[in-house]
Design a protein around this ligand. Structure first.
Ligand SMILES: Cc1ncccc1N[C@@H](C)c1ccc2c(c1)OCCO2
Length: 115
């Protein structure tokens, strides 16, 4: 049978793409709840409910320290921000709506940049 050749994806520009995507997330008007780590002393219950906190400043730190294996592990952390938000916040709340808006924006931008 024919030898299966795995098509390698060109990952040359992935780091630059992550930096562009992160800058656009941070610059979005609805980014305010996600810019810094949630202070669990200021938010009762957060530490118990959210097992893997994540925020845009932590993602920026990880990117700067080469902590992401590839584009996929970066996208997983961004989605963690939005999944945490959905878990803790009502859809019909300031923060809940901001989370849905940011996820919609991110999904649109990374598919545009990578398709
Ligand atoms: C993303 C998220 N999910 C659940 C709770 C908080 C947050 N964000 C923090 C920054 C935050 C956002 C808004 C706040 C706040 C903290 O502390 C009290 C005043 O209003």
């Amino acid at each position: 049978c024919a030898k299966k050749v795995k098509l390698a994806k060109d990952d040359t520009n992935d780091l630059a793409t992550c930096r562009v995507l992160l800058a656009e997330l941070e610059g979005h008007q609805d980014a305010w709840p996600f810019l810094s780590p949630v202070n669990h002393k200021a938010v009762p219950g957060y530490r118990k409910v959210i097992k893997k906190p994540m925020d845009f400043s932590t993602i920026r730190e990880k990117l700067a320290n080469n902590r992401y294996l590839n584009l996929e592990t970066f996208i997983i952390d961004v989605n963690l921000v939005f999944d945490n938000c959905e878990k803790f916040n009502e859809d019909n709340s300031e923060i809940g709506r901001a989370g849905h808006n940011m996820r919609r924006f991110f999904d649109k931008r990374w598919t545009e940049l990578l398709r």
